[in-house]
Design a protein around this ligand. Structure first.
Ligand code: TYM
Length: 688
């Protein structure tokens, strides 16, 4: 408005609006009182403190029918004035409808019980000052909070009513009956229906009530007369946040249980999420480290290999056991320890057609003693060699271990010789695994690399530094030997790397011999890289059953003594049993360090049994105990805490026995492997 206009504008007369309040029938007024008390008694609202004085606020009383409507503020957010969280949050972040409905049910039930008890309603009058001094502000609803403006010298007396446990101020006019004169109180539900508004979106919590209260026909005859003020002694203290009615306790119990379940659910979802995250974060499987809880299903998916399905195992059985080359499928296959593969079908095709294949595996000699975990792929390879009656090449990557772990000192220079010597020591253990001497060639990269060099050059030319860095996690700070090395582990996958051993020099068709590599799944990255470029190393691609690609069969990891995480490591003495360990060392390590899945007490163990999944002794027995029936029995008894093998101690003792035998026999065979024998196995010669 412009200034000029403002000057001439005449001020409007304030129209005083008169709100005429119809006087409700006694049943409605009495029901309102009952409901006000009931809500407080059920929610445990602290109606005695100043801020809670607005608890009851009749907002509408309809003349047309015996209905009333009012709302109750229950405090901030989820009902800060209440004893319990009435504004539970639903899935959508809004108020939980179920809770609101349950609360209304409880109020209705309590109100009707009070009717049935026919409690007397006492009406009395006193001055406002007196009433506040005696009962506190709790007696007022919101509309009565402020004292009326003094129009007369003497303010009119305040009307109050008392029903057991509750004193309330009422506006003048309505009449009340005893509670028994109300026939029924019905809370209305539906769209309009009252609900607790809460949840994330709520700033305050409020319950709206719309009710229908019918009175007995003759209720007018029992209207409450004015009586004496109620003494404070008979009024239960209303100041505490306390649930005062049985219906409130029932409601609270349901609510608390529900809240507990919600919290539990939230907690377990949160735990699941953190566990999943931790597993994801911690599961590292590559040739240089194996960490965390290994999820083999996920690994197969991530790596893109295939699970060995029962049908494939049956085919393997048919071309080996059925042909009589081996007496039974190896326990590693029977027990799903070798569990994943790449193109194993193609190898079986070749075997079925009596076409030549060769096996290739290896060892990075990083310590003089090999541990039980290292035995796993070698024992499998030994079985495969016997089963397929085929040549085998074993690469000793002394160069790799030097490039990754070698040291330089001023006095001694590089310790390359140290790794060359470890090759010989480890070769003794490998020979002791029982390979066919006529069909097995063990070679040290440092010696033999020249024969593979043409293939190594071709691989170098086919793979970029970026690819190698991506697969193995190298970067600009890695020595160039590390970046070059994957090609050296790839090269033996091609028969042409063995011009003498596989006779490719004299018979070029041998270039097409398919290769099968048994290893634990940590070595797979080398061979993914190899398979990607394999076709470039084969002259007649179509003649090779896999266009040059090596096939693979992968094992799970033999777990360390401390538990089923990661893989056994040579660098932690107490995590592994070495093939050089004495009986005493084996016994001590297992007794002291093997992680137990058993229960804490004898009683619990006999009640619940052990968790076999995490129990190292049981898991180790799966790898090394031959007898399936006995293993099954141990699993059943230990897993249920019954029978001979009910306890960790007994299972550990069994494992000690099994391992002592294996290690003793291995050591005896190893003792036979002289330097001369090693030389013979490492001599380049034709294996066909
Ligand atoms: P290396 O010496 O780390 O391991 C030798 C072989 O043992 C497997 N292995 C295990 N298997 C089961 N449980 C365990 N806890 C466990 N620890 C190790 C390995 O997967 C591997 O098969 N770079 C390789 C040497 C190599 C090679 C290969 C291995 C060269 N060419 C061809 C396999 C196939 C290495 O350092 O392995």
């Amino acid at each position: 408005m412009s200034e000029a206009k403002a000057e001439i504008a005449t001020p409007k007369k304030k129209v005083e609006r008169k709100i005429s309040k119809p006087i409700p029938p006694p049943a409605v007024s009495t029901a309102l009182l009952i409901l006000r008390g009931t809500i407080a008694g059920i929610t445990g609202c602290s109606i005695g403190n100043e801020t809670a004085a607005s608890l009851m606020q009749p907002s509408f009383v309809k003349d047309k029918g015996p209905t009333g409507k009012f709302s109750v503020g229950l405090g901030k957010r989820n009902g800060s004035l209440c004893e319990l969280d009435v504004g539970m949050e639903g899935d959508d972040g809004d108020a939980d409808k179920e809770t609101a409905a349950a609360l209304l049910d409880a109020i209705e039930k309590a109100a009707n019980r009070i009717i049935a008890e026919d409690l007397s309603v006492v009406r009395f009058q006193m001055t406002r000052e007196e009433a506040v001094a005696k009962y506190g502000n709790v007696i007022f609803d919101q509309s009565q909070q402020k004292p009326p403006k003094k129009k007369k010298d003497v303010p009119p007396p305040l009307d109050l009513v008392y029903i057991e446990g509750l004193v309330l101020a009422v506006s003048p006019g309505p009449t009340f009956s005893s509670t028994g004169q109300v026939k029924s109180i019905e809370l209305q539900r539906g769209n309009y229906m009252s609900c607790v508004t809460a949840g994330k979106k709520a700033r305050k919590c409020e319950i709206g009530i719309k009710f229908k209260a019918t009175g007995l026909e003759d209720s007018s005859s029992t209207l409450t007369e004015l009586g004496e003020p109620v003494s404070m002694d008979v009024i239960e203290p209303l100041t505490a946040s306390k649930i005062r009615l049985q219906e409130g306790n029932d409601f609270a119990l349901v609510q608390q249980t529900k809240q507990m379940l919600i919290n539990k659910d939230k907690e377990s979802k949160a735990n699941e999420a953190t566990e999943k995250k931790r597993d994801e974060e911690e599961m590292v499987v590559d040739p240089f480290s194996v960490q965390g809880k290994i999820d083999y299903t996920k690994l197969v998916k991530n790596f893109g290999s295939k699970v060995i399905e029962p049908e494939l195992l049956q085919r393997l059985y048919d071309v080996t056991v059925k042909r009589g080359t081996v007496p039974y499928l190896h326990r590693f296959l029977r027990r799903n320890i070798f569990f994943s593969h790449r193109d194993l079908e193609a190898i079986l095709d070749q075997v079925e057609k009596n076409q030549p294949i060769f096996l290739y595996t290896g060892r990075g000699p990083s310590s003089s003693a090999m541990h039980l975990g290292h035995l796993v792929p070698f024992l499998m390879t030994q079985w495969l060699q016997q089963a397929f009656n085929c040549p085998l090449v074993i690469q000793m990557t002394d160069d790799e271990k030097f490039l990754f772990k070698g040291e330089y000192t001023e006095n001694a220079g590089y310790n390359l010789d140290y790794y060359a010597n470890l090759t010989v020591e480890n070769a003794r253990d490998i020979i002791a695994c029982g390979f066919d001497p006529d069909k097995t060639f063990i070679f040290s990269d440092l010696d033999y690399v020249g024969q593979m060099y043409p293939n190594i050059c071709k691989i170098w030319k086919s793979v970029t530094t970026n690819t190698v860095n991506g697969i193995f996690g190298f970067d600009g700070s890695s020595n160039i030997g590390k970046i070059a090395f994957p090609a050296i582990q790839a090269a033996p996958s091609f028969a042409s790397s063995f011009p003498v051993a596989l006779n490719v020099r004299n018979d070029p068709s041998k270039d097409n011999m398919a290769c099968l590599i048994p290893c634990a799944i940590d070595q797979d990255p080398y061979f993914r890289m190899t398979r990607d470029v394999a076709h470039k190393l084969i002259i007649n691609q179509n003649e090779h059953p896999l266009r040059g690609k090596p096939a693979l069969i992968h094992s799970k990891f033999f777990p360390p003594l401390q538990g089923a995480m990661g893989k056994m490591s040579s660098s932690d003495e107490n995590s592994a049993i070495f093939l050089t360990d004495t009986h005493e060392q084996i016994e001590k390590k297992i007794k002291e360090h093997a992680f137990s899945g058993g229960q804490d007490t004898k009683k619990l163990q006999q009640e619940l049994g052990a968790n076999l999944e995490v129990d190292v002794s049981y898991q180790w027995l799966r790898f090394f105990m031959e007898d399936d029936d006995e293993l099954e029995r141990i699993g059943k008894e230990y897993g249920s805490g019954t029978g001979e093998f009910w306890s960790t101690g007994i299972v550990k003792a069994k494992l000690v026995d099994v391992l002592k035998n294996i290690v003793t026999e291995h050591q005896a065979r190893r003792k036979e492997v002289s330097d001369e024998v090693v030389k013979a196995w490492m001599k380049e010669r034709c294996l066909l």
